[in-house]
Write a protein that binds this ligand. Structure first.
Ligand code: AHR
Length: 637
């Protein structure tokens, strides 16, 4: 057959291209026979999804669009974190953390600013540095608020400005005319004009009169995805949407467990008005604002049409602290039942009504609940008992829920077991057939965390090759692998922002980029199919991997190919038992070096390149370039 490819409107002969490439090829052609009329197994429609937690400034300083860092004024021996004094000209002020007053029972500490001297031209107050700056864009509206009280009525107006760090000039200003002597929330709006987009900005809050001002919960949001109040960053949500995720596993990860039981993810402290959320330490060395709390996780699912995979705290925290099964564990089991009720209950139920109060009348649909995280690390051996206690209580109330165990358990058969893998690419090449022989009568599998651990802060192309090889095995076995998620997902690439490498998507306050592994995920998840097909591969090198699926509704075949060798791999592809349409699509992700990658400065170094295929027939001569991941999409006539 004559296969022609068209890239960016330029036609060239695939046969001619093939001839050139074949000269360089190190190996003889492999033969891949696809039996398109022989479905083998079902592909799980929920195979690809997201796993996230508060790590690498994923939410605070990441997806959660809040621009103010440490908005509730925590301090250590160095002083109040992320806040500095402002003293223009001869203005003088002193800021301190005041543990005696705050706007709520949850927020009992506030910032006290004693202004000794100030006038309208020489203002005094504080500034917040943001999460490595604050991103401002031209013609944008920023919505802000703070809780405040004044020592006396003559403090006067409070000025709020976004200020460029380099020029010292305000790019947007608002005035709150008067502050009362009792705690109250104030709102303001900052609008930018024709400025240059930049992350090099801070927020200043100042007064032009001597007196005392207390502040708490100072907040500033840019426009958010779907325009949600207290919402998420648009660029990151768009990148996640492009991954076509079927589910979101949350809230962790280690973030669920905490280092200590008292530092676990205590969901009841993450709902309701922000002023009623006390915040909590995360195990990843920084504090969580809990602005992205349980309801926000669920709304994130709603926005991206993902199903929630809710992980409930199961009585184990990472410093080898555990709760004994039995009466000690009962309150934690009750918390989990309440959490499920908050997500799924009707307005006529106690916790459903609280969700309605919080602004979401519709219950969320829930299929999977995960009991704990990585309980194989619990050296006390208490997980068998803890899992059984949660399992029985949840099944008694919610018999249809699928309950995930974080490690194999004795005495009870879990619905699903969660497996985690963080390995080098070579290990994934060796292990791509890991699930081929797994017992089909055992529990279903959730590969709840996996990644080729190469590259920092984001993966190299070698990692993307390892990932893609591994994903061919996930797809082939997705009759038992119901879900799988790359982890971690997000990283703030600023110095000090990262606790774990590599991570799929990198960003700073203003910009974001996808790694080669991100594009491999997008490629696989956007071309999933619903059935695997019979196939046979002969004569390929040991770094060649593939997956063949069919989308029955679209009458479409997806052939994913991975060549993790530096040498091109010629393949004769035979489509048996089918008549193909004459046109198709080839999408190619490749690099010259295993160490090539994308960065903030060069975000598009490695991106998928789409080419139209013409003259497709049941026999395809194809050559995979060295180090490449490809998708061939063809329609069935
Ligand atoms: O993904 C990073 C961490 O790896 C997760 O928090 C934990 O579950 C795993 O050990």
């Amino acid at each position: 057959m004559v296969l022609k490819t068209f890239a960016r409107g330029v036609a060239f002969s695939a046969a001619a291209l093939l001839a050139t490439v074949c000269v360089e090829a190190q190996t003889t052609p492999a033969v891949l026979t696809i039996h398109a009329d022989q479905p083998v197994s079902k592909v799980s429609p929920t195979l690809y999804g997201l796993m996230t937690e508060e790590i690498n400034y994923s939410y605070d300083g990441g997806l959660y669009a809040e621009m103010v860092r440490n908005r509730t004024f925590r301090s250590d021996w160095t002083g109040i974190l992320n806040w500095l004094q402002v003293e223009d000209g001869n203005a003088r002020a002193q800021m301190t953390a005041d543990e005696k007053t705050g706007p709520s029972d949850a927020l009992k500490t506030s910032l006290r600013i004693d202004v000794k001297q100030a006038d309208p031209r020489n203002q005094a107050g504080v500034l917040n540095e943001g999460y490595w700056g604050m991103a401002v864009r031209p013609g944008a509206t920023y919505k802000g608020s703070f809780y405040a009280k004044a020592g006396s009525g003559d403090l006067g107006a409070v000025t709020v400005s976004l200020v460029n760090n380099a020029s010292g000039k305000a790019v947007a200003t608002a005035v709150v005319p008067q502050i009362s002597t009792a705690w109250k929330q104030y709102e303001f709006t900052l609008k930018t004009g024709a400025i240059q987009a930049s992350a090099d900005n801070h927020l200043a809050i100042t007064v032009g009169h001597a007196g005392t001002l207390w502040l708490d919960l100072v907040s500033l949001f840019p426009p958010t995805y779907h325009d949600r109040a207290n919402g998420n960053r648009i660029d990151l949500m768009e990148k996640l949407a492009a991954m076509h995720p079927a589910f979101l596993r949350f809230p962790g990860g280690n973030y669920l467990e905490g280092d200590h039981i008292a530092e676990r993810y205590d969901w009841k402290k993450t709902i309701g008005p922000l002023v009623d959320r006390p915040t909590h330490p995360s195990p990843w060395s920084y504090h969580s604002s809990d602005g992205l709390g349980l309801l926000e996780f669920l709304e994130w699912c709603e926005d991206l049409k993902m199903q929630p995979v809710l992980a409930v705290y199961a009585g184990y925290s990472m410093a080898q602290e555990h709760v004994n099964p039995g009466s000690d564990l009962k309150p934690y089991v009750q918390d989990a039942l309440d959490e499920i009720a908050y997500a799924t209950g009707g307005a006529d139920t106690k916790w459903g009504a609280i969700r309605v109060r919080d602004g979401h009348p519709q219950p969320f649909k829930l299929t999977y609940v995960e009991i704990g995280n990585e309980d194989n690390f619990d050296r006390s051996g208490s997980y068998d008992g803890r899992y059984a206690q949660f399992y029985k209580a949840i099944k008694a109330r919610y018999p249809d829920l699928q309950l995930i165990a974080t490690t194999p358990v004795k005495g009870i058969r879990p619905d699903v077991v969660d497996d985690h893998y963080y390995v080098h690419a070579t290990k994934f090449y060796e292990d791509a057939a890991h699930y081929d022989k797994t017992d089909r009568n055992g529990p279903k599998i959730f590969v709840g965390e996996w990644a080729t651990k190469e590259g920092s802060p984001t993966p190299t192309f070698d990692a993307a090759l390892g990932d893609a090889a591994w994903m061919t095995g996930l797809e082939r076995n997705s009759d038992i692998i119901v879900m799988a998620a790359y982890a971690p997902l997000l990283v703030n690439v600023n110095p000090g922002g990262m606790q774990w490498a590599p991570d799929l998507i990198g960003y700073d306050a203003l910009r974001s980029y996808g790694s080669p592994s991100y594009y491999a995920q997008v490629l696989f998840a956007s071309h999933l199919g619903d059935q695997t097909l019979g196939s046979k591969l002969q004569g390929a090198g040991d770094r060649f991997f593939y997956s063949i699926t069919r989308d029955s509704a679209k009458k479409r075949l997806y052939l994913k190919l991975v060549n993790a060798s530096s040498a091109p791999q010629p393949v004769e592809i035979e489509f048996a038992g089918v008549r193909l349409a004459a046109t198709g699509t080839l999408v190619s992700l490749s690099a010259h070096s295993t160490q090539a990658t994308n960065t903030m400065e060069q975000p598009k170094e490695i991106v998928p390149v789409e080419t139209a295929l013409r003259g497709v027939s049941s026999h395809l001569h194809h050559t995979m370039p060295g180090y490449s991941i490809q998708l061939i999409q063809v329609d069935v006539q």
